[in-house]
Design a protein around this ligand. Sequence first.
Ligand code: BG6
Length: 482
Amino acid sequence: TEREPVLILMFGATGDLACRKLYPALFELYKKNHEFAVIGLARRQHTHESYRSMIDRTLDQNSEQRRDFLERFYYQPLDVGQPYHFALLKNIAEQIDTKYNLHGNRIFYLSLAPRFFGSAAENLKKAGITETQGWKRAVIEKPFGHDLASAKELNEQLLRVFDESEVYRIDHYLGKEMVQNIEALRFANPIFESIWDHRHIANVQITLSETLGVGDRASYYDQTGALLDMVQNHILQLLILTAMEPPSRFDTEDIRQEKVKVLKAIRTMSRDTIANELIRAQYKAGVMPDGTRITGYHNENNIDTDSKTETFVAARFFVDNYRWSGVPFYIRTGKRMAAKSTEIVIQFKDITQNPFFCQLHKAGPNLLVIHIQPDEGLSLKLNVKEFGEAGDTIPISMNFSNHHDSKSSTPDAYERLIGDCLRGDSTNFTRWDEVAYSWTLTDSIVAAWNDIPLDYYEAGTMGPSSSDELLARDGFCWWPLT
Ligand code: BG6
């Protein structure tokens, strides 16, 4: 798809996400010759100049192209509930459009709290800003609702103004290098694809552990918790990519179709089963590996002292289709854990009655580990005979890692996703039915999980011991992160 010039209307222009991720990503895209101008929109007062200085502070100060880049940014104070502000916006948008010859192409980047999506979309339409000569696209940040009903409502509000094909729902994990690599790894390597099923795979383990706490997002997080913050979106996406069938063609709709099928096949949890399938926990005081002392979650600023919000979830999912029959997919995620790491481990079944295994217990199962972050790479654990006369069998690891030199050229997830949106490629964005099914699944968990007690783990650990027991019951363990 072609690169075309575009006007980006950035809602939430002074927000944390815009400053941390969006401006630096746009700068990188600008350096790669993408053509755009930006109108920043937020309630705060700014002049074009003070807005540009704010953006400038988010950029790499060594780059010479900063000035040219910043000149393309304009600011307009805007309250999404004020139709009058949109009338002003329409004029400015048209002027900038003409000045830069942007052909009426527009991206509406809604980096806003979801409760503002509805009025933003409606007022854009009423003011005629979405009626242009060119194409239009809307980029939507998470959280897309807090359950199926609210997500549906948001979606209806958006679809009054945008067509489904114009809506780009961001899950920034889909922009990560190694997440995008899962498909290549699976479908371009016959040695893996031919054994990628219940006959050869014993279990799959997905870990998204964080060392960070809730920072200044306490009020959002305390109402959200780990299940909605991380499992409903990022973890399910990683599970889907690991489990999906090869699409018949590598085009957007075929890929998304296969992804939805996995979601539909995930077994929902009920009140009777959930206690065996899921652990919810909150961190208590502890010491991080670097020695930092952490107070318990309910003593953090702006968190209720009797908060029952989970900061950790571990669960066992099953994908009820032929390929995955009986294979547990274990997932875990949490704040204030021992390491920041995202990894997928594929544990292969042992050879039946393996003579080496029986005699030489140092051998371990074959593991394929997909390192998503902070390291980007792969490792494959195999068993070999130890070199030397009385060689025991020992596990070795074959590693591939994306080294530093190439890392600097690895685009950040946001750069990649915004770049896709500029080109009109929505493959790595979530389609409505995908979002809807993931909410159905999470809603079923929420409806059932009041019966399971909240567990606790010490900050700086890999979670409560109940999370280890979840696997131990099936004869497995979490493989240590590398
Ligand atoms: C966000 C969550 O979606 O992902 C945060 O809201 C979390 O709570 C973040 O910290 C993790 O993203 P990353 O890219 O740092 O792994």
